[in-house]
Design a protein around this ligand. Structure first.
Ligand code: DUR
Ligand code: ZN
Length: 133
């Protein structure tokens, strides 16, 4: 599974986005260490803050299938620059991603930016901070 293939999965699931309020469809696909792919689209709600981003849907689908080790994620939207994940998704990523997990963000023009979580969310609150030993 290469970067472009994962991006294609994110593009495909973007078609399923439920976005009656923003009209801004986003697709995401995660690749796990077991080499499985889980996809997610954004799902909005009339109570706007209840909305869940594509990234979190994909990550939560993997976790609920018993997989918490992630190799990479691809995120696709129709944006001028490759779509930056929101703060809430960055925090969820910090729960599961390692410093090596690749975060590929892309737009429909085919521009791709590959990042790490450290670049997106430095000095983040992590599970290790819940204990002081
Ligand atoms: O990285 C992002 C940024 C935004 N959204 C969603 C949330 C909302 O449904 C819409 C507009 O913010 O896009 C995502 O799914 N991922
Ligand atoms: Zn988000």
């Amino acid at each position: 599974m290469n970067k472009q293939q994962l991006i294609q999965h994110a593009k495909d699931v973007r078609e399923k986005a439920y976005v009656p309020y923003s009209q801004f469809p986003v697709g995401a696909a995660v690749l796990t260490e077991l080499n499985h792919i889980y996809t997610g689209c954004n799902i909005e709600n009339a109570a706007y803050p209840t909305t869940c981003c594509a990234e979190r849907v994909a990550i939560f689908k993997a976790v609920s299938a018993g997989e918490t080790s992630f190799t990479s994620i691809a995120v696709v939207a129709d944006t001028k620059r490759p779509v930056p994940p929101c703060g809430s998704c960055r925090q969820v990523m910090s729960e599961f991603f390692t410093p090596k997990t690749k975060i590929h963000v892309a737009n429909l023009q085919g521009e791709v930016k590959s990042l790490t979580l450290e670049q997106l969310l430095p000095y983040s609150f992590s599970p290790e901070d819940l204990t002081n030993d």
